[in-house]
Design a binder for this molecule. Structure first.
Ligand SMILES: NC(=O)c1ccc[n+]([C@@H]2O[C@H](COP(=O)([O-])OP(=O)(O)OC[C@H]3O[C@@H](n4cnc5c(N)ncnc54)[C@H](OP(=O)(O)O)[C@@H]3O)[C@@H](O)[C@H]2O)c1
Length: 245
């Protein structure tokens, strides 16, 4: 899908952070953008191609009704809850499971509806998981497991699409922790404190930081990549996308 003009992209979790950068990048690339979040936030879009949709993306009918209404060629699921940054014994079941109730729930509903609708041939679906799905995340309760489940079910959706002869490409993108969003900043602060380091020291050893702009360019690049060359999973850092084995 090299040319995005005249195409529609739904970005879920577009009001701030990485999702806001992704929505902005798709609008700049000429796509109509349906920006889904519970709170409104303007997206720089001189062409007026952005449509805000205020909704809880995990609601049982939200994915189906927005996919029916907009018939998008690309869907990016970036929404996620901020985990409660505490060691295991200081979590409650409710704090431990917050990313299952939000991130996994959203991915489940949207992947399922992408298959059932189904999205049109040639469509792309990208699920924003996390590098924590590989490395673990001992201070954020069930976060790493929830993000690993998002990656698994993205693969399951790809298998189901192939079995049904649907030409839809699904990929999971695993960003590395970045302090430029609310979610990433509280995680970086918690891990720095646990290591007895300053936040600056902790961040320095991480190399070039991922920004919403880099995330946006990477997602546009991925949607523009020929489907046959798209991998099931990618790591996303400040230097861009890297295919996962
Ligand atoms: N930042 C990092 O270091 C990092 C690292 C690895 C992975 N990630 C992943 O990247 C994604 C984006 O993270 P971020 O750091 O950009 O987070 P963020 O700044 O907290 O933004 C989260 C976005 O998700 C939306 N959202 C949350 N729950 C929603 C719901 N039920 N319905 C609709 N929208 C919802 C929020 O909008 P509203 O509140 O307005 O609804 C907001 O736009 C998440 O999946 C996160 O797990 C982040």
């Amino acid at each position: 899908m090299s040319d995005l003009s005249g195409k529609t992209t739904i970005v879920v979790g577009a009001s701030r952070g990485l999702g806001h950068g992704i929505a902005t990048a798709f609008a700049e690339a000429g796509s109509r953008v349906v920006a889904v979040s519970r709170t409104a936030a303007p997206i720089a879009d001189p062409a007026g191609n952005t449509v805000p949709e205020l909704a809880d993306a995990g609601g049982p009918t939200v994915a189906g009704s927005l996919l029916d209404r907009y018939r998008p060629e690309a869907v990016v699921l970036a929404a996620g809850a901020s985990p409660h940054m505490r060691p295991l014994q200081h979590q409650t079941w409710e704090t431990f499971s917050v990313n299952w109730q939000t991130d996994v729930r959203i991915a489940f509903h949207w992947l399922r509806e992408a298959l059932l609708t189904p999205l049109r041939p040639g469509s792309r679906v990208i699920v924003v998981s996390s590098g924590a799905a590989i490395a673990g995340s001992p201070l954020s309760g069930g976060y790493a497991g929830a993000k690993a489940t998002q990656r698994f079910i993205t693969g399951y959706a790809q298998d189901e699409a192939k079995r049904a002869g649907l030409d839809i490409t699904f990929s999971a993108v695993l960003p590395r922790i970045t302090p430029v969003t609310e979610l990433g900043r509280s995680a970086a602060r918690a891990y720095a404190a646990r290591d007895g380091r300053s936040e600056e020291e902790y961040l320095k050893q991480m190399g070039p930081l991922l920004t919403p702009e880099i995330a946006g360019s990477a997602m546009v690049e991925l949607v523009r990549t020929e489907a046959a060359a798209v991998a099931p999973g990618y790591l996303l850092t400040g230097t861009g996308l890297k295919k996962l084995p």
